[in-house]
Ligand binder design. Structure first.
Ligand SMILES: Nc1ncnc2c1ncn2[C@@H]1O[C@H](COP(=O)(O)OP(=O)(O)OP(=O)(O)O)[C@@H](O)[C@H]1O
Length: 308
């Protein structure tokens, strides 16, 4: 997979009045990855995206798209961007196809073949000749993506794309975006509040807080890093004895679970074999041992608490 940088943030900063809203961002978004942009309300995500598409000026630094500066050569840079920043811009009284044709006329060099190809790609073939007013929100979102992709941009920017979609619509969108990135090599830059969704959708996660980049990692590494999991045990042993043994041998405190033989311990997944051995060496019968993996949401909330 071609992993060249499509977007390069270079000391990107936005100041409004005296307030620094986005503070010295430095990172790349690569071809072929779904890149998640996370952060609590007011972190500066929308402001960053608005700078990426030229809706507001960059105060300091720059953003390069395929090597072209948004600040100095906007016309060139923006040609490489497909974006839905607010709601997709669609004419409801026209059909999906007429909308795409209208858009294609504004951007030169888009063939009929390309329109059909993209319609198929976003899964709208069946309903493309229906009026947009009859479309569900998910279908409108897909038509918006088709429109953004008509001119073959190597970068797709989506601000909160799952807003208002039902679970089936979210799943469709997720699969669609992953396919675009992984099979067509498009860099997909997505901001969202839905952490469970981002965990399923993204390859990489960047976390913004108070305008600053606080983390950027592969999604699996991000979740697993310094990962303390809950390990649930169901054993045939007296809880008091077991608790004493865990403190003495592993320096761990166990918490009673729901049933009389259940308890849980906080530990790294890597420590589980040691726990298992300790139980076996002491002749304790283990009925079940289960590691509850952390989610992106757990990690994100922990991180926000630490930052506070
Ligand atoms: N034009 C403006 N004037 C003053 N402050 C602004 C302006 N635009 C944004 N802000 C402030 O900048 C901060 C970042 O806003 P932004 O909308 O980028 O955050 P966000 O991460 O997208 O948040 P959300 O998740 O709530 O959409 C907020 O504190 C907001 O109040």
């Amino acid at each position: 997979m071609n992993q060249q940088p499509i977007v390069q943030f270079q000391h990107t900063t936005k100041k409004i009045g005296r307030k620094i809203i986005v503070d010295d961002l430095n990172f790349d978004v690569l071809a072929g990855e779904v890149f998640g942009f996370l952060g609590p309300n007011g972190a500066g995500k929308t402001t960053t995206i608005r700078m990426m598409v030229g809706l507001i000026k960059i105060s300091r630094g720059d953003i390069l798209i395929k090597g072209h500066s948004i600040a100095r050569e906007f016309e060139k840079a923006i040609r490489y961007v497909g974006g839905i920043v607010e709601n997709p811009d669609l004419y409801k009284y026209l059909t999906g196809y007429q909308n795409l044709k209208h858009y294609a006329r504004m951007v030169s060099g888009i063939s009929k073949k390309r329109i059909n190809e993209i319609v198929e790609h976003v899964g709208l073939k069946e309903s493309i000749h229906d009026k947009v007013s009859s479309y569900s929100l998910g279908m409108r979102q897909r038509l918006g993506i088709a429109q953004a992709l008509l001119h073959h941009p190597p970068l797709l920017i989506l601000d909160e794309p799952t807003n208002g979609l039902d679970p089936a619509g979210i799943r469709e969108l997720r699969n669609n975006l992953k396919e675009l990135a992984h099979q067509e090599g498009v860099a997909v830059f997505v901001s969202s509040h839905l952490l469970s969704e981002m965990q399923l959708m993204c390859d990489k996660i960047a976390v913004l807080q108070k305008g600053k980049l606080v983390s950027i990692e592969n999604v699996h590494e991000f979740i697993a890093k310094d990962s303390i999991s809950r390990v649930y045990l169901e054993v045939e042993a007296s809880q008091t004895e077991l608790t004493k043994m865990l403190v003495a041998d592993l320096n761990k405190t166990a918490v009673a679970g729901n049933g009389p033989s259940e308890l849980w311990i906080q530990m790294n997944k890597e420590e589980v074999p040691e726990l298992n051995k300790l139980l076996l060496d002491n002749g304790i019968r283990v009925l079940s041992i289960h590691v509850q993996e952390r989610t992106l949401e757990d990690k994100f909330l922990e991180m926000m608490e630490e930052e506070q």
